[in-house]
Design a protein around this ligand. Sequence first.
Ligand code: KIV
Length: 262
Amino acid sequence: MAVTLHSLQERKRQRERFAVITAYDATFARAVCDAGAEVILVGDSLGMVLQGQDSTLPVTIEQMAYHTAAVTRGNTGALIIADMPFMSYDTPQHACLHAASLMRAGAHMVKLEGGHWLAETVTALVRNGIPVCAHLGLTPQSVNVFGGYRVQGRDEAAAGQIEADALALQAAGASLLVLECVPTPLASRITQQLSIPVIGIGAGNGTDAQVLVLHDLLGLNPKPARFVHNFMEGQSSIQDALAAYVAAVKDGSFPGPEHSFN
Ligand code: KIV
């Protein structure tokens, strides 16, 4: 049965974790579905892992639509989230126009990076029939503002701001939230406060779901971040590695404390 926002919401209610993996083409979309992941993220991480860029900033809306369409052709029942690339949602009008091209390519929802200042944009998207996944914490499109890929929300003021942003985006209509590279206690607190499912990456094991970049979990990143585990270790095929990740997310054994920040 196809995964829907409603079924993900029900998983949160039942305290059943779900697994998210990025994919950028039809073959891997099918493999991710066969492994039992509920959600495919067509991430703008494709700029780094497919194109060899040193950030996600060069990725365009046309490239995101191209890869979303490819993933859609391989998908066999996962919910597909497509990333809105850098500067494609600087106004609510631009956001609606660009999100429409991702939805036409087959996405079920779009993901935007940023806090309370996106509330009006989120509401405009939802009013136009486009569900929204918010993304807080380390938002890679702002790497130049952060001065590097750093853990966010470490002090009380920054943690409070992320918490307030999460509540504001939920109130604006977001139906999922990605929390990236934040301390475990903060991510757990936000997950408990929100009624929408929270997907963590480098955010500890207290969230409702986990996401990893496909190439990272397959051990293809020569400089993996602390929150990455190479699921090819001990496995003899890509399909088994994907299934091992999904199983570890669902039984709560991934991420461990060694993948998390405090
Ligand atoms: O682009 C991406 O793959 C992402 C995940 C790292 C959350 O946004």
